[in-house]
Design a protein around this ligand. Structure first.
Ligand code: SF4
Length: 173
């Protein structure tokens, strides 16, 4: 039977494609910055408690990790609810978009109060080595915006949800 829009199977399929596209897009950046990226198992500095997701990603996590959400306990506050006691992500294969780009040099465009568009950059302090991120070409940074828009489109298309975000911690029963 073919899944209809908004059905869990369709949501999981479309999100899997989205994550595949994302992984392909960030692959060259991971290779390019391999020397500066300290990201790896055991490093949890990005796994903060304030992370929120769209409903579409929440549904995906709920479908794939229902037992954990119903019977498991969230990590103590001050860290992401999905960390285990040894600092591992308990939903790593289904981790949301935001977790997949953490650690890379990020760039985005922001409007100042004077109405001027300016480029902003940021990187995890642990990865803030040489060359400085200010000196990197645009193509050497992950540009925030396009994939966020794709995700917002999926959110609207698949579930008809608004763009409200949900705290990861609130996914636990
Ligand atoms: S979902 Fe996983 S990778 Fe993302 S912040 Fe939480 S523990 Fe870290």
């Amino acid at each position: 039977m073919t899944a209809k829009r908004g059905e869990p199977a369709e949501i999981m399929k479309e999100l899997a494609l989205f994550y595949d596209d994302l992984e392909q897009a960030i692959k060259p950046l991971l290779a390019m910055h391999a020397g500066r990226l300290k990201c790896g198992r055991g490093c949890t500095s990005c796994c903060v408690d304030e992370i929120t997701v769209f409903q579409v990603e929440a549904e995906n996590i709920g479908k794939k990790h229902g037992d954990l959400l119903r019977k498991g306990r969230p990590h103590e506050p001050m860290a992401c609810a999905f960390l285990d006691d040894r600092g591992n992500c308990r939903i790593y294969e289904s981790r949301p978009y935001v977790c997949r780009t953490q650690g890379l040099p990020l760039r985005w465009i922001e409007e100042t109060v004077q109405g001027r568009m300016v480029e902003m950059r940021d990187i995890c302090p642990l990865n803030d080595t040489h060359p400085p991120i200010e000196s990197l070409d645009e193509e050497m940074c992950w540009t925030l915006g396009p994939f966020e828009e794709k995700l917002a489109t999926l959110q609207l298309k698949l579930g008809g949800w608004d763009l409200k975000r949900i705290a990861l911690r609130d996914l636990f029963a």
